[in-house]
Design a binder for this molecule. Sequence first.
Ligand code: HMG
Ligand code: MG
Length: 301
Amino acid sequence: MKLPKKVTLKEVGPRDGLQNEPQQVSTEHKAAWIDRLSKSGLSYIEVTSFVHPKWIPQLADAAEVLSSITRQPGITYAALVPNRQGLERALQANIDEISVFMSASDSHNKNNINKTITETLPVLKEVVSEAKASGKTVRGYLSTIIACPYEGKVSPEQVKDIAARLFDMGIDELSLGETIGVAVPPEVERLLEVLLPEFAAERLAMHFHDTRGLALANISKSLEMGITIFDSSLGGLGGCPYAKGASGNVATEDLLYMLDAMGIQSGVRMEGLIAAGELMESILGKPLKSRQMEIHRRGGK
Ligand code: HMG
Ligand code: MG
């Protein structure tokens, strides 16, 4: 098996993790958690989103979070932006990088951002071009890359067509969101077989939710196919509130265990993640569900 020697982990817990957390977390606690994450060797943290506060009340304090954290050199602090208004708020908060997002299926897109795919494309085009003009790098997210919670299976060709539209707009990287956590490795293989002849592997990231415990199997398949950027969420927190039943992302610490044991470098340190996990457990007053946190609670056995 040919595997990459080095990968990048993109921590999305403060955004994807918290956006689905029913218990309101204070700005102070969010900032303390992000600061702890900043000490674990991560080079990228998605800290919040500038969406409508009524749609995601947990992240209504996006600007305050950005002004409360202590930014560390060498770390990109990013946020989700759905439209021009979100971009203006993000730029005012001096964000390092923005992420635009949409789905490969119309129903999830409509439920999530209140527009069809066709209506969304010009909105994102304008956001990407303005963000670029402001000197920001732009990440794109494409959700429901394998299946949609409303429509069922999504074809790789549909994913390829929308991915091409997003790259044409000028995004720097595309994160492929397996939003509901139903995929199995042969489906990931088939999708990447369609995408990789069109787009460079270095510009694709995989974003697996772990609803059925298959995220690591799918990451393993993606590694084999040359992908080197993976999104994950500390403690496996998270999910999309507009994809019913979908649980959190693959836990960063569980992914790190696999990568370390496979000899693949990420620059991230397990002790740093565990410390951030302990802090979040005390903030939420409940144990985090990842395997590594469970093992840590059992005293490392
Ligand atoms: P809308 O209601 O269609 O917006 O929502 P609108 O453009 O018609 O405007 C309505 C009102 O909202 C106006 O105010 C706007 O000013 C205001 P009014 O005139 O009524 O007082 N407004 C805003 N306010 C603050 N910030 C903004 C903003 N935009 C408009 N940015 C909208 C459209 C996109 C705003 C809404 O649907 C929304 O915020 N959706 C976000 C949903 C979301 O965050 N979902 C989760 C993230 S995606 C995800 O988790 C998937 C991912 O992880 C990958 C994967 O797992 O697959 C990325
Ligand atoms: Mg997600």
